[in-house]
Design a protein around this ligand. Structure first.
Ligand code: PLP
Length: 358
């Protein structure tokens, strides 16, 4: 959003500035420390966070990274070096391919085998075809953000992972939004993580920290990842503010998530009953879904700016273009911000957007 954007008073967008202002975050972080809390070492916030996440995910060890981008490329590099294979499979809409300037290749000389249809989830058949060439790893993004938070069923996921692992390849979880995925699978986090050799979770998405990531795995893999973290400049000392910010919501997030999912389902149902726009998937599987609009991206962006200026309401982080002209979409990811909007109010706002976008 441009610097000159009007102030946001209410927002449907998970990462709206209203809930992430520095003062509010610092107050929450302060509540977790006292005069004796060390910045570093085994009792410092980074080590505490790593232990807490290793335990939650049922892994031997976990390692802080400054970004998920670095954590995931590192995980794939470690798997590739261990197996002596350079190719990994991932969905065409994977963050690794779309948003990382092909770092897996530029930095690590890895090759991506794009697997599955860009607008559908990967299937076992897609993975079987990809595994025709020996894979170092396959990546599952749960939920698949750019498909509106879609997820394979638990049985499908198990079948896919087993198929890939039978070829000797590693299974890696892009769990940037694992808390969202868990609301659909309704299984303990460690049961979900047990399917995978390496698991990355984000510290700043639903956990609402500042930045950062954690990679969890067996101890040997984590130690190999630690070397790469250092090589890539990610072994930063004094990462404690990032770890502390992530610890703020760690205890309470999982219990709040089902209510977010229910609210997402209610909002999506109201949108689809109204019919002016279309919510997908229907019903949402997680607290996130897409709203598809019969109006082009630029007109919708302008309408959103007007609504923000007039009412202080932010409706999205970004508007996505569509292959069909005159259409666009935006993501709703329900957290505390979106809980403040009734389903009818969201429908009314969509009508307002469409009226302005004409
Ligand atoms: C699904 C997914 N994976 C990985 C990442 C990378 O995380 P980071 O921004 O910490 O590099 C993101 C960030 O948006 C993401 O959405």
């Amino acid at each position: 959003m441009p610097e000159s954007s009007p102030p946001v008073r209410r927002s449907l967008f998970l990462h709206a500035p209203i809930r992430r202002g520095p003062r509010r975050m610092l107050e929450q972080m302060l509540a977790l420390v006292d005069d004796d809390t060390p910045a570093d070492g085994p009792q410092g916030p980074v080590a505490v966070l790593e232990r807490r996440l290793a335990e939650l995910l049922g892994k031997e060890s976990a390692l802080f990274f400054p970004s998920g981008t670095m954590a995931q490329q590192t995980a794939l590099r470690v798997h590739a070096d261990r197996l002596g294979r350079r190719t990994f499979a991932a969905h065409p809409q994977s963050h690794l391919d779309v948003w990382e300037e092909q770092g897996y290749n530029a930095v690590h000389r890895l090759r991506l085998r794009r697997t599955g249809d860009p607008h559908e989830l990967m299937t076992a058949a897609d993975l079987a075809a990809a595994a025709g060439e020996p894979l170092a790893a396959a990546v599952w993004e749960l939920p698949q953000r750019d498909l509106g938070g879609l997820l394979p069923t638990w049985d499908e996921l198990g079948e896919q992972v087993a198929l890939v692992r039978a070829t000797g390849a590693a299974a890696h979880l892009d769990g940037a939004r694992l808390w969202e995925a868990q609301t659909y699978y309704r299984r303990p986090f460690d049961e979900i993580a047990a399917l995978f050799d390496t698991v990355y979770v984000s510290l700043y998405k639903s956990l609402q920290g500042v930045r950062g990531a954690v990679l969890a795995s067996d101890s040997a893999t984590v130690e190999a990842a630690r070397v790469w973290r250092q090589r890539l400049g990610g072994g930063i000392r004094d990462a404690w503010p990032l770890a502390l910010a992530a610890l703020v919501h760690l205890d309470t997030l999982a219990e709040r998530m089902p209510a977010y999912r229910e609210h997402a389902i209610a909002i999506a149902a109201a949108i689809n009953a109204d019919g002016a726009a279309r919510a997908h998937p229907d019903p949402p599987q997680t607290p996130m879904f897409h709203v598809h609009l019969p109006a082009g991206r630029h007109a919708v962006e302008r309408a959103g700016q007007e609504i923000l200026a007039e009412h202080g309401i932010q409706l999205w982080g970004r508007v996505r273009s569509a292959s069909e002209p005159g259409r666009s979409a935006f993501e709703v990811s329900v957290g505390e911000n979106a809980m403040e909007f009734t389903p009818d109010e969201v429908v009314g706002l969509i009508h307002d957007v469409l009226a302005r976008a004409r």
